[in-house]
Ligand binder design. Structure first.
Ligand code: G3H
Ligand code: 13P
Ligand code: NA
Ligand code: ZN
Length: 328
């Protein structure tokens, strides 16, 4: 059955668990997530980026969600727009059956000027008003998160907002978070807490504190009814990097967010945990492995089935680690 983000995360907050939000672009990823959820009895958040919507097409995506809902009747599914950039993206997602949208007004927030903040508040509030009229939930974002934002306003030298702002300026300001939530009435809030998008988060093995736990704790203490969202939460497991590289890939050594750091975040109010890179890597490492191991193979299913199975195993692991398992 379809469920809104608000319904799902209210339950997660009541029972102290987190929910991974996996990105989907195609049938294989959809089935991988649902098989994992079914195996451990976990509720699901699937999210589609603007890129996913143009890749698969809105009608295909929306019928896929219909199909998955019918195939797995016992599993609650929240279908969410990831990083919506304006009202049109968010409202058209709802028209296509999404039960939740992210209005990411921080995409334009590189410089962190008062005008950028006012823009974020105004556009997010407009989306909240419209979405709540029709029973959909809204995630907003406050703060400078990472590569997506950098990409939006990146100068030629490749130094985005991260290069110009100090570490503290990159983190969400708790006072501003309180103001933002009151002004927008969002159901969930993505905060900048030290992560970034993509595979290349840390260039050394993270030792000690990765997440700005004091910021998470402070925002959670002051906004206990608002569900916190952690973007850029792939762990980029070493085993997947090794398999990728052993099969002809050339991925430079990198480190993601350790799962136990995410689990600490969940103890302090993080409820939605966005994961895309890990799923991509799990799948494409299998493509490489199959291609390298059997150079005559040309049946796409021989590539896609192991890829699907690898993504399923990864999703299942996260459902178990985040405490989502058993809550469908
Ligand atoms: O945060 C972005 C997600 O990883 C989606 O990426 O825009 O390439 O589909 P995408
Ligand atoms: P990763 O790149 O760490 O998987 O983050 C995905 C994300 O935040 C999607 O919104
Ligand atoms: Na999102
Ligand atoms: Zn994100």
């Amino acid at each position: 059955a379809r469920i809104t983000l608000r319904q799902l995360l209210d339950h997660a907050a009541e029972h102290d668990y987190g929910v991974p939000a996996f990105n989907i672009n195609n049938m294989e990823q959809g089935i991988a997530i649902m098989e994992a959820a079914q195996a451990v009895d976990a509720p699901v958040i699937m999210q589609a980026s603007r890129g996913a919507r143009s890749y698969a097409g809105d009608i295909m995506l929306s019928r896929m969600i219909d199909a998955l809902t019918e195939m797995y009747p016992a599993i609650p599914i929240c279908m969410h727009q990831d990083h919506g950039n304006n009202e049109a993206t968010c409202l058209s997602a709802i028209q296509h059956g999404f039960t939740s949208v992210m209005m990411d007004g921080s995409l334009k927030e590189d410089a962190k000027t008062p005008a950028d903040y006012a823009y974020n508040v105004a556009i997010t509030r407009r989306v909240v008003d419209a979405a709540h009229w029709v029973g959909a939930s809204v995630e907003g974002e406050l703060g400078v998160l990472g590569s997506l934002e950098h990409g939006a306003g990146e100068p030629e030298d490749g130094h985005g907002a991260e290069g110009q702002l100090s570490h503290d300026q990159l983190l969400t300001d708790p006072d501003q978070a309180v103001d933002f939530v009151a002004a927008t009435r969002v159901d969930a809030l993505a905060i900048a807490m030290g992560t970034s998008h993509g595979a290349y988060k840390f260039s050394r093995k993270p030792d000690g504190d990765i997440l700005a736990m004091h910021v998470i704790e402070e925002i959670h203490r002051r906004l206990p009814g608002v569900h916190l969202v952690m973007h850029g939460s792939s762990s980029v497991p070493q085993a997947l990097q090794d398999l990728f590289n052993a099969s002809g890939g050339e991925m430079p050594q990198t480190w993601g967010v350790p799962v136990d750091e995410i689990v600490r975040g969940i103890r302090h109010g993080v409820r939605k945990v966005n994961i895309d890179t890990d799923c991509r890597l799990a799948m494409t490492a299998q493509f490489r492995k199959v291609g390298q191991g059997n150079r005559t193979e040309f049946d796409p299913r021989k590539f896609l089935k192991p890829a699907m199975d690898a993504m399923r195993d990864l999703c299942r692991e996260r459902f178990e680690q985040f405490g989502t398992a058993g809550h469908a």
